[in-house]
Design a protein around this ligand. Structure first.
Ligand SMILES: Nc1nc2c(c(=O)[nH]1)N[C@H]1C(S)=C(S)[C@@H](COP(=O)(O)OP(=O)(O)OC[C@H]3O[C@@H](n4cnc5c(N)ncnc54)[C@H](O)[C@@H]3O)O[C@H]1N2
Ligand code: MOO
Length: 412
Protein backbone atom coordinates (compact mmCIF):
# COMPACT_ATOMS: atom_id res chain seq x y z
CA UNK A 1 0.00 0.00 0.00
CA UNK A 2 1.59 3.31 -1.03
CA UNK A 3 1.80 5.85 1.79
CA UNK A 4 2.29 8.81 -0.58
CA UNK A 5 0.12 8.98 -3.65
CA UNK A 6 -0.42 11.86 -6.00
CA UNK A 7 -3.81 13.51 -5.71
CA UNK A 8 -6.68 11.75 -7.44
CA UNK A 9 -9.56 13.61 -9.01
CA UNK A 10 -12.91 13.99 -7.30
CA UNK A 11 -14.44 11.67 -9.92
CA UNK A 12 -11.77 8.99 -9.33
CA UNK A 13 -12.26 9.15 -5.58
CA UNK A 14 -16.04 9.02 -5.91
CA UNK A 15 -15.73 5.89 -8.08
CA UNK A 16 -13.66 4.20 -5.35
CA UNK A 17 -16.13 5.24 -2.67
CA UNK A 18 -19.03 3.84 -4.68
CA UNK A 19 -17.14 0.58 -5.20
CA UNK A 20 -17.29 0.08 -1.39
CA UNK A 21 -21.09 -0.01 -1.27
CA UNK A 22 -24.02 -1.76 -2.91
CA UNK A 23 -27.79 -1.67 -2.49
CA UNK A 24 -28.92 -3.12 0.85
CA UNK A 25 -31.19 -6.18 0.92
CA UNK A 26 -34.87 -5.82 0.09
CA UNK A 27 -37.53 -6.35 2.71
CA UNK A 28 -41.30 -6.48 2.37
CA UNK A 29 -42.48 -3.13 3.70
CA UNK A 30 -46.04 -1.88 4.31
CA UNK A 31 -46.57 1.12 2.04
CA UNK A 32 -47.40 3.22 5.10
CA UNK A 33 -43.78 2.81 6.23
CA UNK A 34 -42.17 3.03 2.79
CA UNK A 35 -41.74 6.80 2.37
CA UNK A 36 -38.19 7.53 1.19
CA UNK A 37 -37.27 3.89 0.62
CA UNK A 38 -36.31 2.65 -2.83
CA UNK A 39 -38.30 0.00 -4.68
CA UNK A 40 -36.57 -3.35 -5.16
CA UNK A 41 -39.22 -4.71 -7.53
CA UNK A 42 -41.24 -3.58 -10.53
CA UNK A 43 -44.83 -2.75 -9.58
CA UNK A 44 -47.35 -3.57 -12.30
CA UNK A 45 -51.11 -3.00 -12.31
CA UNK A 46 -52.94 -6.27 -11.53
CA UNK A 47 -56.07 -4.69 -13.01
CA UNK A 48 -56.92 -1.71 -15.18
CA UNK A 49 -57.24 1.67 -13.52
CA UNK A 50 -59.97 2.92 -13.27
CA UNK A 51 -61.37 -0.61 -12.90
CA UNK A 52 -64.78 0.52 -14.18
CA UNK A 53 -66.15 3.48 -16.12
CA UNK A 54 -67.28 6.06 -13.58
CA UNK A 55 -68.64 9.56 -13.39
CA UNK A 56 -66.36 12.61 -13.15
CA UNK A 57 -69.25 14.82 -11.99
CA UNK A 58 -72.22 14.83 -9.66
CA UNK A 59 -75.19 14.81 -12.04
CA UNK A 60 -77.24 12.48 -14.23
CA UNK A 61 -76.20 9.53 -16.38
CA UNK A 62 -78.08 9.71 -19.66
CA UNK A 63 -78.02 8.61 -23.28
CA UNK A 64 -76.49 11.58 -25.13
CA UNK A 65 -79.01 11.10 -27.92
CA UNK A 66 -81.91 11.76 -25.47
CA UNK A 67 -80.61 15.22 -24.45
CA UNK A 68 -79.21 16.30 -27.83
CA UNK A 69 -81.77 19.10 -28.21
CA UNK A 70 -81.92 20.25 -24.56
CA UNK A 71 -81.74 24.01 -23.86
CA UNK A 72 -83.14 26.41 -21.24
CA UNK A 73 -86.01 27.18 -23.64
CA UNK A 74 -86.60 23.53 -24.58
CA UNK A 75 -85.56 21.44 -21.57
CA UNK A 76 -85.78 17.64 -21.67
CA UNK A 77 -87.54 15.91 -18.77
CA UNK A 78 -86.47 12.34 -17.97
CA UNK A 79 -87.66 10.00 -15.21
CA UNK A 80 -84.89 9.04 -12.74
CA UNK A 81 -84.77 5.22 -12.50
CA UNK A 82 -81.99 4.80 -9.96
CA UNK A 83 -79.83 6.81 -7.53
CA UNK A 84 -76.10 5.98 -7.72
CA UNK A 85 -73.81 7.24 -4.93
CA UNK A 86 -70.07 6.36 -5.15
CA UNK A 87 -69.73 2.69 -4.27
CA UNK A 88 -73.20 1.83 -5.68
CA UNK A 89 -73.54 -1.80 -6.74
CA UNK A 90 -76.76 -1.37 -8.77
CA UNK A 91 -76.71 -2.70 -12.33
CA UNK A 92 -79.97 -0.95 -13.32
CA UNK A 93 -79.64 0.14 -16.94
CA UNK A 94 -80.32 3.53 -18.47
CA UNK A 95 -82.66 2.63 -21.30
CA UNK A 96 -83.78 5.20 -23.91
CA UNK A 97 -85.78 8.03 -22.34
CA UNK A 98 -84.62 7.66 -18.69
CA UNK A 99 -81.80 8.96 -16.51
CA UNK A 100 -79.91 7.84 -13.37
CA UNK A 101 -78.90 10.28 -10.63
CA UNK A 102 -75.13 9.73 -10.18
CA UNK A 103 -72.39 11.04 -7.90
CA UNK A 104 -68.69 11.50 -8.73
CA UNK A 105 -66.88 8.14 -8.73
CA UNK A 106 -70.02 5.97 -9.04
CA UNK A 107 -70.04 3.34 -11.83
CA UNK A 108 -71.67 4.60 -15.03
CA UNK A 109 -74.80 2.43 -15.40
CA UNK A 110 -75.20 0.11 -18.40
CA UNK A 111 -76.70 1.94 -21.36
CA UNK A 112 -75.63 5.45 -20.29
CA UNK A 113 -73.01 7.18 -22.46
CA UNK A 114 -72.79 10.70 -21.01
CA UNK A 115 -73.09 12.59 -17.73
CA UNK A 116 -74.96 15.89 -17.39
CA UNK A 117 -73.57 17.89 -14.43
CA UNK A 118 -76.19 18.76 -11.80
CA UNK A 119 -75.70 22.50 -12.48
CA UNK A 120 -77.32 22.04 -15.91
CA UNK A 121 -80.49 20.50 -14.42
CA UNK A 122 -83.18 21.23 -11.85
CA UNK A 123 -81.53 18.61 -9.54
CA UNK A 124 -84.76 16.56 -9.53
CA UNK A 125 -84.93 13.29 -7.62
CA UNK A 126 -87.83 11.40 -9.25
CA UNK A 127 -87.60 13.15 -12.59
CA UNK A 128 -84.96 15.54 -13.83
CA UNK A 129 -85.29 18.56 -16.11
CA UNK A 130 -82.16 18.94 -18.24
CA UNK A 131 -81.25 22.33 -19.75
CA UNK A 132 -78.19 21.45 -21.86
CA UNK A 133 -77.02 18.73 -24.25
CA UNK A 134 -74.12 16.36 -23.40
CA UNK A 135 -71.53 15.12 -25.88
CA UNK A 136 -71.01 11.36 -26.20
CA UNK A 137 -68.70 10.30 -23.35
CA UNK A 138 -68.94 13.67 -21.56
CA UNK A 139 -67.64 13.48 -17.95
CA UNK A 140 -67.20 9.70 -18.15
CA UNK A 141 -63.86 8.39 -16.85
CA UNK A 142 -63.20 5.36 -19.03
CA UNK A 143 -61.98 2.06 -17.57
CA UNK A 144 -58.23 1.65 -18.09
CA UNK A 145 -57.61 5.28 -19.14
CA UNK A 146 -55.07 5.72 -16.30
CA UNK A 147 -53.26 2.35 -16.64
CA UNK A 148 -54.10 -0.86 -18.47
CA UNK A 149 -53.92 -4.25 -16.75
CA UNK A 150 -50.28 -5.38 -16.61
CA UNK A 151 -48.83 -1.89 -17.21
CA UNK A 152 -45.67 -0.94 -15.31
CA UNK A 153 -46.67 1.57 -12.64
CA UNK A 154 -43.22 2.01 -11.04
CA UNK A 155 -39.84 0.42 -11.75
CA UNK A 156 -37.27 -1.03 -9.35
CA UNK A 157 -34.78 1.63 -8.30
CA UNK A 158 -37.35 4.41 -7.87
CA UNK A 159 -37.61 6.31 -4.62
CA UNK A 160 -40.99 6.10 -2.89
CA UNK A 161 -42.39 9.61 -2.78
CA UNK A 162 -45.89 10.39 -1.47
CA UNK A 163 -47.44 10.36 -4.97
CA UNK A 164 -45.69 7.09 -5.91
CA UNK A 165 -47.01 5.51 -2.71
CA UNK A 166 -50.48 6.69 -3.76
CA UNK A 167 -50.07 4.99 -7.15
CA UNK A 168 -49.09 1.72 -5.45
CA UNK A 169 -52.09 1.92 -3.11
CA UNK A 170 -54.34 2.72 -6.08
CA UNK A 171 -53.41 -0.54 -7.82
CA UNK A 172 -54.27 -2.41 -4.63
CA UNK A 173 -50.84 -3.26 -3.20
CA UNK A 174 -50.59 -3.00 0.63
CA UNK A 175 -46.82 -3.67 0.73
CA UNK A 176 -43.80 -3.61 -1.58
CA UNK A 177 -40.28 -5.00 -1.67
CA UNK A 178 -38.00 -2.09 -0.80
CA UNK A 179 -34.31 -1.80 0.10
CA UNK A 180 -33.91 -1.32 3.81
CA UNK A 181 -32.73 2.01 5.14
CA UNK A 182 -28.94 2.29 5.73
CA UNK A 183 -27.69 2.58 9.30
CA UNK A 184 -24.76 4.90 9.76
CA UNK A 185 -22.41 5.45 12.67
CA UNK A 186 -21.19 9.05 12.95
CA UNK A 187 -18.28 10.02 15.16
CA UNK A 188 -16.11 13.07 15.29
CA UNK A 189 -12.58 13.04 16.63
CA UNK A 190 -10.50 15.61 18.43
CA UNK A 191 -9.45 16.22 22.04
CA UNK A 192 -10.45 19.88 21.63
CA UNK A 193 -14.13 18.99 21.13
CA UNK A 194 -16.84 19.29 23.76
CA UNK A 195 -20.61 18.82 23.63
CA UNK A 196 -22.33 22.11 22.60
CA UNK A 197 -23.44 24.00 25.71
CA UNK A 198 -20.66 22.71 27.97
CA UNK A 199 -18.18 25.19 29.42
CA UNK A 200 -15.20 25.69 27.10
CA UNK A 201 -11.67 25.80 28.44
CA UNK A 202 -9.07 27.69 26.39
CA UNK A 203 -8.45 25.79 23.14
CA UNK A 204 -11.70 23.88 23.25
CA UNK A 205 -14.56 24.23 20.76
CA UNK A 206 -18.04 22.72 20.47
CA UNK A 207 -18.28 19.58 18.33
CA UNK A 208 -20.33 20.64 15.33
CA UNK A 209 -19.33 18.00 12.77
CA UNK A 210 -21.06 15.04 14.41
CA UNK A 211 -24.32 17.02 14.34
CA UNK A 212 -23.68 18.20 10.79
CA UNK A 213 -22.95 14.71 9.49
CA UNK A 214 -25.74 13.03 11.45
CA UNK A 215 -28.31 15.52 10.18
CA UNK A 216 -26.97 15.36 6.62
CA UNK A 217 -27.06 11.53 6.68
CA UNK A 218 -30.64 11.58 7.98
CA UNK A 219 -31.60 14.09 5.29
CA UNK A 220 -30.10 11.65 2.77
CA UNK A 221 -32.37 8.88 4.05
CA UNK A 222 -30.17 7.05 6.57
CA UNK A 223 -30.83 6.23 10.19
CA UNK A 224 -27.98 7.41 12.37
CA UNK A 225 -26.20 6.44 15.54
CA UNK A 226 -24.25 9.57 16.56
CA UNK A 227 -21.39 8.80 18.89
CA UNK A 228 -20.18 12.37 19.35
CA UNK A 229 -16.54 13.22 19.85
CA UNK A 230 -13.79 10.70 20.54
CA UNK A 231 -10.46 12.12 21.88
CA UNK A 232 -7.21 11.99 19.90
CA UNK A 233 -6.29 8.58 21.28
CA UNK A 234 -6.10 5.67 18.82
CA UNK A 235 -6.98 3.14 21.56
CA UNK A 236 -10.12 5.12 22.47
CA UNK A 237 -11.07 5.26 18.79
CA UNK A 238 -10.49 1.52 18.29
CA UNK A 239 -12.50 0.82 21.46
CA UNK A 240 -15.36 3.00 20.19
CA UNK A 241 -15.32 1.16 16.88
CA UNK A 242 -15.21 -2.32 18.39
CA UNK A 243 -18.18 -1.64 20.67
CA UNK A 244 -20.21 0.00 17.93
CA UNK A 245 -23.73 -0.86 16.83
CA UNK A 246 -24.20 -2.97 13.72
CA UNK A 247 -24.10 -0.43 10.89
CA UNK A 248 -23.75 -0.30 7.10
CA UNK A 249 -21.30 2.62 7.04
CA UNK A 250 -18.96 4.28 9.51
CA UNK A 251 -18.41 8.00 9.07
CA UNK A 252 -15.66 9.82 10.94
CA UNK A 253 -14.52 13.43 10.87
CA UNK A 254 -11.07 14.81 11.67
CA UNK A 255 -7.70 13.22 12.24
CA UNK A 256 -6.86 12.39 8.65
CA UNK A 257 -4.17 14.90 7.61
CA UNK A 258 -0.47 15.22 8.41
CA UNK A 259 -0.58 16.23 12.10
CA UNK A 260 1.11 14.56 15.04
CA UNK A 261 -2.25 13.49 16.50
CA UNK A 262 -4.17 12.37 13.46
CA UNK A 263 -6.10 9.76 15.33
CA UNK A 264 -8.27 8.23 12.61
CA UNK A 265 -5.27 7.73 10.39
CA UNK A 266 -3.22 6.27 13.25
CA UNK A 267 -5.94 3.93 14.42
CA UNK A 268 -6.98 2.62 11.01
CA UNK A 269 -3.97 2.85 8.72
CA UNK A 270 -2.89 -0.68 9.67
CA UNK A 271 -6.10 -2.20 8.31
CA UNK A 272 -5.44 -3.90 4.99
CA UNK A 273 -8.33 -2.24 3.20
CA UNK A 274 -7.95 1.32 4.57
CA UNK A 275 -6.27 4.08 2.57
CA UNK A 276 -5.63 7.74 3.33
CA UNK A 277 -5.31 9.72 0.13
CA UNK A 278 -5.20 13.29 -1.16
CA UNK A 279 -8.02 14.36 -3.47
CA UNK A 280 -7.56 17.28 -5.87
CA UNK A 281 -10.39 19.15 -4.23
CA UNK A 282 -10.75 22.32 -2.17
CA UNK A 283 -11.68 22.01 0.58
CA UNK A 284 -11.72 18.30 1.36
CA UNK A 285 -8.19 17.33 0.31
CA UNK A 286 -7.33 14.62 2.86
CA UNK A 287 -9.70 11.66 2.70
CA UNK A 288 -9.72 8.17 4.16
CA UNK A 289 -11.69 5.24 2.78
CA UNK A 290 -11.83 1.50 3.11
CA UNK A 291 -13.21 -1.23 5.33
CA UNK A 292 -12.95 -2.29 8.95
CA UNK A 293 -11.86 -5.87 9.70
CA UNK A 294 -15.45 -7.09 9.51
CA UNK A 295 -15.93 -5.52 6.08
CA UNK A 296 -17.97 -2.49 7.17
CA UNK A 297 -17.19 0.43 4.83
CA UNK A 298 -15.58 3.51 6.41
CA UNK A 299 -15.36 7.02 5.05
CA UNK A 300 -12.98 9.20 7.06
CA UNK A 301 -13.60 12.87 6.30
CA UNK A 302 -11.37 15.86 7.10
CA UNK A 303 -12.21 17.75 10.29
CA UNK A 304 -12.54 21.32 9.10
CA UNK A 305 -16.32 21.85 9.15
CA UNK A 306 -16.67 23.12 5.59
CA UNK A 307 -14.35 20.33 4.40
CA UNK A 308 -16.47 17.75 6.23
CA UNK A 309 -19.61 19.15 4.68
CA UNK A 310 -18.40 19.32 1.07
CA UNK A 311 -16.88 15.83 1.48
CA UNK A 312 -20.26 14.60 2.66
CA UNK A 313 -21.93 16.11 -0.39
CA UNK A 314 -19.33 14.87 -2.87
CA UNK A 315 -18.77 11.33 -1.54
CA UNK A 316 -20.95 10.28 1.39
CA UNK A 317 -24.34 11.32 0.06
CA UNK A 318 -23.92 9.38 -3.22
CA UNK A 319 -22.73 6.35 -1.18
CA UNK A 320 -25.79 6.52 1.09
CA UNK A 321 -28.08 6.82 -1.91
CA UNK A 322 -26.41 3.77 -3.49
CA UNK A 323 -26.92 1.80 -0.23
CA UNK A 324 -30.58 2.81 -0.38
CA UNK A 325 -30.81 1.27 -3.87
CA UNK A 326 -30.66 4.35 -6.09
CA UNK A 327 -28.53 4.16 -9.23
CA UNK A 328 -26.85 6.21 -11.95
CA UNK A 329 -27.84 9.86 -12.21
CA UNK A 330 -30.18 9.50 -9.21
CA UNK A 331 -27.08 9.36 -6.94
CA UNK A 332 -26.31 13.00 -7.66
CA UNK A 333 -27.99 16.32 -7.18
CA UNK A 334 -28.82 17.95 -10.51
CA UNK A 335 -26.23 20.51 -11.62
CA UNK A 336 -27.52 23.90 -12.67
CA UNK A 337 -25.76 26.87 -14.20
CA UNK A 338 -25.74 30.18 -12.36
CA UNK A 339 -24.20 33.55 -13.19
CA UNK A 340 -21.62 34.87 -10.72
CA UNK A 341 -22.54 38.26 -9.24
CA UNK A 342 -19.22 38.39 -7.33
CA UNK A 343 -15.83 37.05 -8.32
CA UNK A 344 -13.65 34.68 -6.27
CA UNK A 345 -10.45 32.72 -6.62
CA UNK A 346 -10.06 28.97 -6.85
CA UNK A 347 -6.83 27.05 -6.17
CA UNK A 348 -5.01 25.81 -9.24
CA UNK A 349 -5.13 22.06 -9.72
CA UNK A 350 -8.00 21.49 -7.24
CA UNK A 351 -11.69 21.25 -8.02
CA UNK A 352 -13.32 23.79 -5.76
CA UNK A 353 -16.58 23.03 -3.96
CA UNK A 354 -17.54 26.29 -2.34
CA UNK A 355 -20.66 27.10 -0.28
CA UNK A 356 -22.70 29.71 -2.12
CA UNK A 357 -25.91 31.69 -1.95
CA UNK A 358 -28.23 31.21 -4.93
CA UNK A 359 -30.79 33.81 -5.91
CA UNK A 360 -33.24 34.04 -8.76
CA UNK A 361 -32.23 37.11 -10.79
CA UNK A 362 -34.17 38.66 -13.66
CA UNK A 363 -32.12 36.72 -16.25
CA UNK A 364 -31.83 33.46 -14.33
CA UNK A 365 -30.05 31.93 -11.38
CA UNK A 366 -27.32 34.01 -9.70
CA UNK A 367 -24.53 32.89 -7.39
CA UNK A 368 -22.16 34.44 -4.88
CA UNK A 369 -19.91 32.91 -2.18
CA UNK A 370 -21.64 32.37 1.17
CA UNK A 371 -18.66 33.49 3.25
CA UNK A 372 -18.26 37.24 3.36
CA UNK A 373 -14.61 37.04 4.40
CA UNK A 374 -12.72 34.46 2.37
CA UNK A 375 -13.43 30.83 1.54
CA UNK A 376 -11.62 29.07 4.39
CA UNK A 377 -12.66 25.57 5.35
CA UNK A 378 -13.07 26.64 9.01
CA UNK A 379 -15.85 29.13 8.21
CA UNK A 380 -18.62 27.03 9.71
CA UNK A 381 -21.03 29.95 10.07
CA UNK A 382 -20.90 30.46 6.28
CA UNK A 383 -22.72 27.13 5.99
CA UNK A 384 -25.70 28.65 7.76
CA UNK A 385 -26.35 31.09 4.90
CA UNK A 386 -25.39 28.71 2.06
CA UNK A 387 -28.11 27.12 0.01
CA UNK A 388 -25.85 25.71 -2.68
CA UNK A 389 -22.38 24.57 -3.62
CA UNK A 390 -20.54 25.91 -6.65
CA UNK A 391 -18.20 23.48 -8.38
CA UNK A 392 -15.26 25.14 -10.10
CA UNK A 393 -13.17 22.87 -12.37
CA UNK A 394 -9.51 22.13 -11.52
CA UNK A 395 -8.11 24.18 -14.39
CA UNK A 396 -10.05 27.38 -13.51
CA UNK A 397 -8.11 29.72 -11.20
CA UNK A 398 -10.75 32.41 -10.72
CA UNK A 399 -14.41 33.06 -11.25
CA UNK A 400 -15.19 36.53 -12.61
CA UNK A 401 -18.43 38.51 -12.32
CA UNK A 402 -20.69 37.34 -15.15
CA UNK A 403 -19.16 33.85 -15.47
CA UNK A 404 -21.49 30.87 -15.69
CA UNK A 405 -20.74 28.47 -12.83
CA UNK A 406 -21.99 24.92 -12.15
CA UNK A 407 -23.97 24.78 -8.89
CA UNK A 408 -26.07 22.32 -6.92
CA UNK A 409 -28.82 23.26 -4.52
CA UNK A 410 -28.32 21.89 -1.02
CA UNK A 411 -31.18 23.55 0.83
CA UNK A 412 -34.71 22.16 0.56
N1 LIG B 1 0.82 20.03 7.42
C1 LIG B 1 -0.40 19.91 6.92
N2 LIG B 1 -1.43 20.32 7.63
C2 LIG B 1 -2.67 20.23 7.14
C3 LIG B 1 -2.87 19.71 5.84
C4 LIG B 1 -1.76 19.27 5.10
O1 LIG B 1 -1.87 18.80 3.95
N3 LIG B 1 -0.54 19.40 5.69
N4 LIG B 1 -4.15 19.68 5.34
C5 LIG B 1 -5.05 20.67 5.86
C6 LIG B 1 -6.35 20.42 5.37
S1 LIG B 1 -6.61 20.78 3.74
C7 LIG B 1 -7.36 19.99 6.16
S2 LIG B 1 -8.94 19.86 5.53
C8 LIG B 1 -7.16 19.65 7.56
C9 LIG B 1 -7.78 18.28 7.86
O2 LIG B 1 -7.35 17.90 9.09
P1 LIG B 1 -7.94 16.73 9.92
O3 LIG B 1 -8.93 15.95 9.15
O4 LIG B 1 -6.81 15.97 10.47
O5 LIG B 1 -8.80 17.48 10.98
P2 LIG B 1 -8.38 17.97 12.43
O6 LIG B 1 -6.97 18.33 12.43
O7 LIG B 1 -8.87 17.00 13.39
O8 LIG B 1 -9.26 19.27 12.50
C10 LIG B 1 -9.14 20.31 11.57
C11 LIG B 1 -9.89 21.54 12.11
O9 LIG B 1 -11.26 21.25 12.20
C12 LIG B 1 -11.73 21.40 13.54
N5 LIG B 1 -12.66 20.33 13.86
C13 LIG B 1 -12.35 19.01 13.81
N6 LIG B 1 -13.42 18.28 14.17
C14 LIG B 1 -14.40 19.14 14.45
C15 LIG B 1 -15.74 18.97 14.90
N7 LIG B 1 -16.26 17.76 15.13
N8 LIG B 1 -16.49 20.05 15.08
C16 LIG B 1 -15.97 21.29 14.86
N9 LIG B 1 -14.72 21.50 14.42
C17 LIG B 1 -13.92 20.45 14.24
C18 LIG B 1 -10.49 21.28 14.37
O10 LIG B 1 -10.62 21.88 15.62
C19 LIG B 1 -9.45 21.94 13.50
O11 LIG B 1 -9.53 23.33 13.61
O12 LIG B 1 -5.79 19.61 7.86
C20 LIG B 1 -5.05 20.74 7.37
N10 LIG B 1 -3.74 20.65 7.89
O1 MOO C 1 -8.89 20.25 2.13
MO1 MOO C 1 -8.85 21.24 3.41
O2 MOO C 1 -10.35 20.59 3.32
O3 MOO C 1 -8.57 22.42 2.10
O4 MOO C 1 -9.47 22.58 4.17
Amino acid sequence: MPTHEGPRTVAEHLAEVLALVSALPAVTTPIDEALGLVLAEDVTAPEALPRFANSAMDGYAVRAHDVAGASPEHPVVLPVVVDLPAGAESLTAVTPGVAARIMTGAPVPPGADAIVPVERTDAGVRAVTIFAPAALGAHVRRAGEDVAQGDLVLGAGQELTPYRIAAIAAVGRPAVRAHRRPRVLVMSTGSELVVPGETLRHGQIPDSNSYLLAAAARAAGASVVRLGAVPDDPDALRAALSSRADVDLVLTSGGVSQGAYDVVKEALIGLPEMRFVPVAMQPGKPQGLGRLDDGTPVLALPGNPVSAFVSFEAFVRPALLALRGLRGAALHRPRLLARATEGWTSPAGREQHIPVVLTQGEDGLEVRPAAIRGSGSHLVASLAVADGLAIVPREVGAVAVGDDVAVVRIAP
